[in-house]
Design a protein around this ligand. Structure first.
Ligand SMILES: Nc1ncnc2c1ncn2[C@@H]1O[C@H](COP(=O)(O)OP(=O)(O)OP(=O)(O)O)[C@@H](O)[C@H]1O
Ligand SMILES: [Mg+2]
Length: 248
């Protein structure tokens, strides 16, 4: 039965969607069957990060409201066998019953996948709460700046309130030069957020370039250091011991 992992951040733009796309691609390349579920209704973009922007016909609201079957809404990735996307609707402000319908939908889906990664909305609103209720693991994505860290702390409290059993931290867009200038270090960041570290992703322009090329990062020319970091995170999620990457 699939592990359901909610990727959350509090602050918008922390790197959740890129992390979900990158890690899910790596998990699938490792031979696992993986579902990426975009729960960011109104602001979806996991389809773009996976290079599936022109393939979304149905989304999770169509499944919940009975307009199509789950199988019809899954989009298999044409170039990464084992990777599937279930998209979010373009419209935001979903009626409560549609949002709440995500919980039974994820339950029904679990037996079909090894991993289900939920790309959550920013903030602490109902979209995040419902997504987190579907999951038994959560990954909090943050930068090292005080604004991201405060929002990550608030998110960690929410995860506590909602009894998410396993919680981990990913520190994104790390640059050694900035870490030095801010006179901080990754241990301080972990202490501030009070979570164990799952991975560190360096600042890497390839992340943005891959999205604009319409290809998932793992397939984009060059791959790069963020791609390696996503692979390491995928490996750790499956229980492998992988040393932390040195950040330059
Ligand atoms: N490691 C990285 N290096 C460089 N750019 C990055 C990195 N991670 C994310 N980005 C860039 O940051 C921006 C925001 O990333 P992303 O959309 O994944 O964030 P998000 O947390 O999903 O945002 P939202 O809260 O709006 O859903 C994108 O332009 C992306 O290309
Ligand atoms: Mg996003």
């Amino acid at each position: 039965m699939g592990a359901v992992i909610a990727v959350v951040s509090g602050k918008g733009g922390a790197g959740k969607t890129c992390l979900v796309g990158g890690v899910a691609s790596c998990l699938a390349a490792m031979g696992r069957r993986v579902l990426c579920l975009d729960t960011d209704a109104g602001l979806r973009n996991l389809d773009l990060v996976l290079g599936l922007g022109d393939r979304v016909m149905m989304d999770f609201s169509d499944v919940v409201e009975g307009r199509c079957s789950l199988e019809d809404a899954f989009i298999p990735h044409p170039d990464i066998p084992g990777l599937f996307l279930l998209s979010a609707p373009q419209r935001g402000n979903l009626p409560e019953h549609v949002l709440a319908g995500l919980v039974p939908l994820v339950k029904e889906t679990r037996c079909q996948f090894d991993d289900i990664l939920l790309d959550c909305p920013a903030g602490l609103g109902p979209g995040v709460r419902v997504a987190v209720q579907c999951a038994e693991r959560a990954v909090v994505v943050t930068g090292i700046d005080p604004v991201s860290l405060r929002d990550a702390q608030q998110t960690v409290s929410l995860l506590g309130d909602l009894n998410v059993a396993e919680r981990h931290l990913v520190i994104n867009r790390v640059q050694a030069r900035i870490v030095r200038k801010m006179k901080t270090n990754l241990d301080d960041v972990m202490d501030t957020v009070s979570l164990p570290l799952l991975g560190v992703v360096p600042e890497d322009e390839q992340v943005t370039l891959a999205v604009s090329s319409g290809k998932p990062l793992v397939l984009a020319a060059g791959g790069g250091r963020a791609a390696t970091a996503y692979l390491h995170i995928a490996q750790r999620l499956t229980g492998m011991r992988v040393p932390l990457m040195r950040i330059r």
